[in-house]
Design a protein around this ligand. Structure first.
Ligand SMILES: NC(=O)c1ccc[n+]([C@@H]2O[C@H](COP(=O)([O-])OP(=O)(O)OC[C@H]3O[C@@H](n4cnc5c(N)ncnc54)[C@H](OP(=O)(O)O)[C@@H]3O)[C@@H](O)[C@H]2O)c1
Length: 259
């Protein structure tokens, strides 16, 4: 049995991944942005999941905290830090699926990159890390000058997914005992993907659970990029150690937290 945090599990791929894990005997720590969104997680908790309530954009949504409840806001760094602290004080996590994400707007860099970076830096315990990438990362630019990490302006989704895919590869390189991988779920019909997305929603989430908790030897890789379990070659910047170093340096400088 593994204990797995899935961020952004109130909806879409995160919800589907979280819902699939209790049936396989795992404990899931689910996460929603606020109490209202958390209310929709009740059916999952009935199936054996815990609750982390973390609004990554609203600073003041702070609810009751129990071992299974954490409240935070992923565009608010202090809230992400608090979520990490509260999780550190509860039963250890075996894996984290860094799923929460937004497609556009000022929250892109804070939610898609800063929140998974901070959780990775502040929660060193989990031995398996899964980062949600995207085919869009191939259009990302490996340039860090002028990136608005604080989300004062709209961020580039493609850049954010290149950065988080690079983060996954860098963590794999720097933490040899940790399995850290990135997944492109395909273009699937969630709120983000839209109703006409052509890819398979089921295949879009099962790779995350397979990497986070599976005992299939093929899942025990690190530093890889996958689409529907299959290995794919990511953007060439992802394995460029000079770019990895520059990215980690920028994120550490920006957040004050080093990996
Ligand atoms: N759908 C696709 O075709 C596709 C393709 C490639 C990659 N992806 C990636 O897959 C991941 C999941 O996407 P999805 O399609 O499932 O999207 P979705 O249906 O829009 O769900 C996104 C999840 O992230 C949460 N979230 C967003 N902003 C947040 C914030 N500020 N604080 C806390 N939680 C926040 C959402 O909570 P709320 O519901 O409360 O907003 C929701 O649970 C993302 O990282 C996305 O980039 C998706």
């Amino acid at each position: 049995m593994s204990r797995i945090l899935v961020t952004g599990s109130a909806d879409g791929l995160g919800r589907a991944a979280a819902a699939s894990l209790p049936a396989a005997g795992h404990e899931v720590v689910v996460h929603a942005r606020d109490k209202r969104r958390a209310a929709g997680l009740d059916p999952l908790t009935v199936r054996g999941a815990g609750i982390v309530v973390g609004d990554f954009t609203e600073r003041d949504v702070v609810g009751d905290f129990t071992e299974r409840d954490v409240v935070g806001d992923f565009t608010e760094r202090d809230a992400v830090r608090r979520v990490a602290a509260e999780l550190s004080g509860s039963a250890p996590l075996d894996a984290v699926v860094h799923n929460a994400g937004v497609w556009s707007g000022p929250a892109v860099m804070p939610v898609n990159v800063i929140a998974p970076y901070l959780l990775t830096a502040l929660l060193p315990g989990p031995r398996r890390l899964v980062y949600l990438s995207s085919g869009s990362h191939f259009r990302g630019r490996p340039r860090l000058g002028g990136v608005d990490w604080r989300g004062r302006t709209a961020g580039s989704y493609a850049d954010s997914k290149l950065f988080v895919t690079t983060l996954a590869a860098a963590v794999a390189r720097l933490r040899p005992g940790v399995l850290s991988n990135a997944v492109d779920p395909g273009w699937v019909p969630t709120r983000m993907g839209g109703p006409n997305a052509p890819d398979d929603l089921e295949l879009g989430h099962e790779t995350q659970a397979w990497l986070a908790a599976g005992d299939d030897p093929r899942a025990l890789t690190s530093g890889r990029y996958r689409y529907h379990r299959r290995l794919r070659e990511p953007h060439r910047a992802v394995h460029d150690t000079a770019f990895q170093t520059r990215l980690l340096h920028a994120l550490a400088e920006e957040t004050g937290a080093a990996l």
